[in-house]
Design a protein around this ligand. Structure first.
Ligand code: NAD
Ligand code: G6P
Ligand code: MN
Length: 445
């Protein structure tokens, strides 16, 4: 079949994930052919390290693709079919603060969950809105596929502030968990799993999993999760699980599962159900941001510099993992009308029957040229409904706080989070976060 060639801009070209996505795009030229590949970032120096390496990769493996890296929005966003966005407003140094400030007060310090996620949300909203505006100005027919975190808060903000935008917010966690599940069950790949799942981003549960023939995979899976969580012997080759901190999270799913054995959980629920455990096992002086700076960031940038110096990527260690696979597959489904079933973050509108229409939920959707069509997951039980409604309110209050520049609303958001024990602790964390984010947040009244 002769597929129409696509033009893609990666926004956040200097991200640690960019080179992996480029590898995946190049490996998928038969399924998702490109005419143009562009990088956009607001940090020219950072982006150029990744761009110089990717230029070599493109020249070597797919020289027919026109490649360009720029910090000029009009150059970046003109004539594109897809914007693949993964910006980190404030960078990893602000992530470090998001994680360390709450820990000082005995509260979970995490990139997307609890007060750290809210602080990050306040920084991300204007950055992502700006990308949407560039896309709408220069390529109004394009789709933005957005990984930029905190995806739940970003999704609520974009729903409210740019209601007609062609943006789809996504997360790779369910895919990463399903990859482990495929290992556990001895399946060839996670694409063999057909699932029913409901919740919010980083806050959801699977109710069903079958194989393509309709055989129920849950009994065998539950037996394993009850004993080992999502850790699988075969996961040793899974780059995500090479790191001990991620392996701990996958193992902890055992205790998360125990709270509701009728479902299997997203690993992120550990921050809400076992915050005391998470804090007790954290090092307040060396958090995940430090691990990422010392490992992923260092390795990716060193490898990019090596490729640029050698002017060849023949023996590169850069790999295209499931993170890259998911976003490229989603773009392919939209471009070529594949009607694939994928978990996306979308407006509820009845997908979870007993939850407000305007909540941004994560549910399976059918993806085609028409966009996405969410599947109905029906009514959910009291336990999940209670947790989800509390968390939806937290996310909405953060966006209220951003829009109204309201100290009160952000204090309420932090107070309401299941990760925070009291309004007084919430206030102490908030006051310190306001100082740390002075150059990023709007001034709160
Ligand atoms: P990173 O700091 O290495 O890269 C982010 C890049 O964005 C940097 O080059 C930075 O200069 C650029 N940037 C920041 N603000 C910008 C702006 N306003 N406009 C243009 N560019 C801007 O971060 P990373 O660790 O590679 O992660 C990138 C993002 O992807 C983060 O938001 C991360 O949370 C997210 N992510 C999400 C998922 C998911 O499941 N949704 C999975 C993985 C990563
Ligand atoms: C998963 C989540 C992302 C999150 C990332 C953090 O992929 O789905 O939303 O950003 O983990 O990983 P890191 O290695 O940066 O801690
Ligand atoms: Mn995610």
């Amino acid at each position: 079949m002769n597929l129409e060639k696509q033009s893609v801009v990666i926004a956040g070209g200097g991200s640690t994930y960019t080179a992996g996505i480029v590898m995946m795009l190049i490996e998928n030229q038969d399924k998702f052919p490109l005419r143009k590949l562009k990088f956009y970032d607001n940090d020219e120096e950072r982006q150029s390290v990744v761009a110089k390496a990717c230029e070599v990769i493109v020249k070597e493996r797919a020289p027919e693709i026109e490649f360009l890296a720029t910090t000029d929005p009009s150059e970046a966003f003109t004539d594109v079919d897809f914007v693949m966005a993964h910006i980190r407003v404030g960078g990893l140094s602000m992530r470090e603060k998001d994680e360390k400030i709450p820990l000082k007060y005995g509260v979970v310090g995490q990139e997307t969950c609890g007060p750290g996620g809210m602080a990050y949300g306040m920084r991300s909203i204007p950055g992502v809105i700006e990308l949407i505006d560039y896309m709408e100005k220069y390529s109004p027919e394009a789709w933005m596929l957005n990984y930029s975190n905190p995806a739940a808060i970003v999704a609520e903000a974009t729903r409210r502030m740019r209601p007609n935008a062609r943006i789809i917010n996504i997360c790779d966690m369910p895919v990463a968990i399903k990859k482990s599940i495929a290992d556990i069950l001895g399946l060839k790949s996670e694409s063999e799993i057909v699932d029913r799942y409901y919740g919010l981003n980083h806050f959801g549960w699977w109710t069903e999993m079958t194989d393509k023939q309709g055989n129920d995979l849950m009994p065998k899976l539950k037996e394993h999760v009850a004993k080992y969580g999502y850790a699988a012997a075969a996961s040793e080759g899974n780059p995500l699980l090479d790191e001990e901190s991620w392996m701990d999270t996958f193992k902890k799913a055992k205790d998360v599962y125990a709270v509701d054995p009728t479902t299997v959980p997203n690993t992120y629920l550990k921050y809400y159900l076992y915050p005391d455990y998470v804090v007790a096992h954290a090092d307040p002086n060396y958090t995940r941001a430090n691990e990422v700076m010392d490992n992923r960031e260092k390795n990716v940038f060193a490898e990019c510099e090596r490729i640029a110096a050698a002017q060849t990527a023949e023996d590169t260690t850069i790999e295209a993992g499931e993170h890259a696979e998911f976003i490229v597959q989603l773009a392919g489904a939209l471009a070529y009308n594949t009607y694939e079933r994928m978990l996306l973050i979308v407006k509820n509108e009845g997908a979870i029957a007993n939850l407000d229409d305007d909540a941004m939920v994560e549910v399976p959707c059918i993806v085609s040229k028409r966009g996405y069509e969410p599947l109905c997951m029906g009514k959910i039980p009291h336990f999940q409904k209670g947790m989800i409604e509390q968390q939806v309110a937290v996310e909405k209050l953060v966006v209220d706080a951003y829009e109204e520049k309201s100290y009160q609303k952000l204090w309420q958001a932090m107070t309401l989070s299941k990760t925070v024990p009291s309004a007084s602790v919430a206030k102490e964390i908030l006051d310190e976060m306001i100082e740390a984010n002075a150059s990023w947040w709007p001034a709160l009244k």
